[in-house]
Design a protein around this ligand. Structure first.
Ligand code: BES
Ligand code: MN
Ligand code: ZN
Length: 498
């Protein structure tokens, strides 16, 4: 999909997209186009209930006078509510509607309504971002597709009154979209293809952006004492991997980095505590945390963020086998603490235990944030509109919540506390890997906290948001969402760049 910016004009061919502010009627470019079309647009609006609300549209096919094959009038809502994410959703809706319509080109010619907080350049750049995010496809395993399902749209032009400014804003956002697409691809990829080694190989591709990528295999992890992570992978024929990505963009190399840690279970069968057939479906996406971390590293490097950042992902496959870890096994983590593994399906926390410890001891980061599709229980609590947030640090927690709000990746904080920590006491080891029947997402987070030293830490349980089965959201066509790339990128941009 080719995307470019141009001076706004109603003269183009293909689809002409015009904006209407709620309750305001046709003004600016929409009025101009209406005049060229001899009043056809106003008449079309007059026979509908179109009021300029977000999501409302009026389509006029083959309007006489205009070169466009069709005009799409879209509601922009009230100016006070028109922020960057409203702009993204508006553009995404247009792309969703036209993607397989037979149209090849679409040109946005939207005036920025008076009274919004957006600058013209931001408006244009976020229209472009919404269009780009909605144009994502994952079709490379299809060998045939019905003609009417074949995408036809190939060219998007976004009209921008501040052309230079729009291109500059877009330069930063384009890398973000690329990072999200990388994360989505990783989540969507089937598990026979995306083994831990294959994931690691793809992460190595970030080297072309200046990211330093190291890959540790099982022998190296064994030397480091990572018995918790290794236990999870020991029933798989595929080798577990730990990938360490470093982006050094701060002025000083010595500046302590920010650290992101991701759960990368390339397939979660549950291990010997085997999931049901239905429960296993979608478990190719159990590496969504690792995908978000990798995508975020890409986004930071692509825009040359002035920050030192490390991304650490623990990649394993959780399989049942003669060599698999048993329920009742006791393993020793890199931290020295022992864990009684009572349920081999509570494997993500075992992977993170060692990855978190490694991140803190090797890099002494300013903070560490882990992302993981950790518990089914977080979906019971929050559904798919918020990720769960747990933290030992109010300031970090507030910053993550604000970043999530700003980027349309909302998070909701849940509590930690001694009462919950008691639930993972083991009869024979330092802790067990499951709590009781209640507060499953919290006991999982308590487990992780036992592998956090004094470092400010936050855990994002993204089991409900890393992929979508039900209703499709405006900016995320398909299955893997790329959730987490935006919130991490924004957190860094707002607070940790110098
Ligand atoms: N990967 C799952 C969590 C999950 C479930 C993510 C459904 C997305 C959709 C995780 O490894 C798991 O199996 N968790 C168990 C923990 C339990 C055994 C304590 C769960 O949530 O049932
Ligand atoms: Mn599991
Ligand atoms: Zn899992």
């Amino acid at each position: 999909m080719q995307l470019s910016f141009a001076a706004p004009s109603v003269a183009g061919s293909g689809v002409l997209v015009l904006g209407v502010t709620e309750g305001a009627g046709l003004g600016g470019l929409a009025a101009e186009a209406d005049e060229v079309a001899g009043g056809a647009l106003k008449r079309a609006v007059g026979v509908t209930r179109f009021a300029g609300k977000p999501g409302q549209t009026v389509e006029v096919l083959a309007p006489s006078g205009l070169k466009a094959s069709r005009v799409l009038l879209i509601g922009l809502g009230k100016p006070s509510a028109l922020d960057s994410s409203a702009a993204e959703r508006a553009a995404a809706g247009v792309i969703g509607r036209l993607f397989t319509s037979g149209e090849k080109e679409v040109a946005f010619a939207l005036d920025l309504p008076k009274g919004t907080k957006l600058k013209p350049a931001e408006f244009a750049a976020h229209l472009a971002l919404g269009a780009r995010l909605r144009s994502y496809t994952f079709n490379h395993y299809r060998t045939k597709q019905r003609d009417e399902h074949e995408p036809t749209l190939t060219k998007i032009t976004v009209g921008a009154s501040d052309l230079g400014g729009a291109k500059k804003s877009w330069a930063a956002l384009e890398g973000l979209a690329d990072g999200m697409f990388f994360a989505r691809d990783l989540v969507n990829e089937p598990p026979n293809v995306l083994s831990p080694a294959e994931f690691a190989r793809r992460a190595k591709g970030l080297a072309k952006l200046g990211v330093k990528v190291e890959v540790l295999g099982e022998a190296e992890m064994k030397k480091l004492g990572m018995g918790a992570l290794l236990g999870v992978g020991q029933g798989s024929d595929r080798e577990s991997q730990l990938v360490v990505m470093q982006w050094n963009g701060a002025r000083s190399k010595k500046d302590a980095p920010v650290a992101f840690v991701g759960k990368g279970v390339c397939f979660d069968s549950g291990g010997l505590s085997l999931k049901t057939g239905a429960g296993m479906m979608g478990m190719k996406g159990d590496m969504g945390g690792a995908a978000a971390v990798t995508g975020a590293m890409q986004a930071l490097a692509a825009r040359k963020a002035r920050v030192n950042a490390v991304g650490i992902i623990g990649l394993v496959e959780n399989m049942p086998d003669g060599k698999a870890q048993r329920p009742d096994d006791v393993v020793k983590s890199m931290s020295g603490q022992t864990i009684e593994v009572l349920n081999t399906d509570a494997e993500g926390r075992l992977v993170l235990a060692d990855a978190l410890w490694y991140a803190q001891t090797r890099f002494k980061p300013k903070f560490v944030i882990d992302l993981a599709t950790l518990t089914g229980a977080i979906m019971v609590a929050l559904g798919s509109d918020h990720a769960g947030l747990f933290s030992n640090d109010d300031r970090l927690s507030d910053r993550i919540m604000a970043a999530g709000r700003a980027e349309g990746e909302a998070v909701w904080r849940l509590p930690l506390g001694d009462g919950y920590d008691k639930l993972i006491k083991s009869k024979i080891a330092d802790m067990k890997n499951v709590g009781g029947p209640y507060a499953g997402s919290i006991t999982a987070a308590q487990f992780l906290q036992r592998f956090v030293d004094k470092t400010p830490w936050a855990h994002l349980d993204i089991a409900g948001v890393a992929w979508q089965d039900g209703e499709q959201k405006a900016l995320t066509p398909g299955w893997g969402t790329g959730w987490g790339v935006r919130v991490l990128n924004r957190l860094v941009a707002d607070h940790y760049e110098k």
